[in-house]
Design a protein around this ligand. Structure first.
Ligand SMILES: CC(C)(C)c1cccc(C(=O)NCC2(NC(=O)c3cccc4nocc34)CCCC2)c1
Length: 246
């Protein structure tokens, strides 16, 4: 998997390059990340990459020409068929489905906005997709790009290590996570649920599935709308709802 990143702050990415799953995947040659800084392609010797916004208004805007040169540089390295994504608040909501799409495409170039954003004509001419990681104000697209890179890396075969694959990934079923417990067995006067200690594997799986379904129903019911629950899942969920009434 080859990733290109256009950013005026490449040093921000050192955190994911040095530790965690992305660093490991890079070391195992499962993923490469190539950076391009528009400042290196600015035409004038003052390295101008942003200008005032036509029509007035606060702040500055990233100019198209340095972005275009940055993109051409990365396309030469990664290939012209790379998926070009502008991470932007105007984008469609990033989720696991898009994560899988990126892995299949195998080559992606992420463009990080700064200031008020980027010249619309660059988007019209070069951008394939706009993706947003959520509805809040950020100062730049870099953190969003790192979120996307972390999420995508988990789907690269082998990135999670042979211990567990993305299929078994406990977050993979589209439901919220069930509650987890570890030592000590009693903490703050609260004991671990007995079912988890009696070792009956079948009952534990049912309990976990019921908790995941119940929590999703309580906290993020809209996630259930995209899932076709099995008869067993429906039964577990209605048991959860019933038990809550009593
Ligand atoms: C969402 C809403 C609150 C309504 C809103 C409306 C208008 C602008 C902004 C805003 O944050 N603009 C600033 C920038 N934001 C992002 O890049 C960004 C922000 C959020 C999620 C993202 N996912 O990817 C990139 C993302 C754009 C240019 C520099 C940073 C936010």
């Amino acid at each position: 998997m080859n990733i290109g990143v256009i950013t005026i702050f490449p040093e921000m990415f050192e955190s994911i390059l040095k530790s965690g799953i992305v660093a490991k995947a890079i070391n195992n040659n499962l993923v490469s990340i190539t950076f391009s800084n528009p400042r290196d392609f600015a035409e004038d010797n003052r390295k101008t990459i942003d200008e005032k916004v036509f029509g007035g208004g606060p702040g500055m805007l990233m100019m198209a020409p340095p972005l275009e040169k940055s993109l051409k540089f990365l396309k030469k390295k990664l290939g012209d068929d790379s998926l070009v994504v502008y991470v932007s608040p105007q984008g469609k909501k990033f989720n696991n489905v898009l994560s899988k799409k990126v892995v299949n495409n195998n080559k992606i170039i992420l463009i990080c906005g700064r200031y008020e954003g980027i010249d619309e004509r660059f988007i019209e001419t070069f951008v394939d997709e706009e993706w947003s990681i959520g509805d809040y104000v950020l100062t730049g697209g870099e953190l969003a790009s790192m979120v996307i890179i972390d999420s995508v890396t988990r789907f690269i075969p082998g990135a999670l290590g042979d211990k567990c694959s993305v299929e078994e990934d406990s977050f993979e079923n589209g439901l919220l996570d069930y509650p987890h417990y570890t030592k000590p067995r009693v903490y703050n006067g609260k004991a671990v649920p007995d079912i988890l200690l009696n070792g009956n594997h079948e009952k534990i799986l049912d309990w976990r599935q019921k908790q995941s379904l119940g929590r999703t129903w309580l906290r993020r019911p809209e996630l259930l709308e995209n899932l076709a629950l099995t008869d067993k899942q429906e039964k577990l969920l209605s048991e959860f709802i019933e038990e809550r009434k009593n």
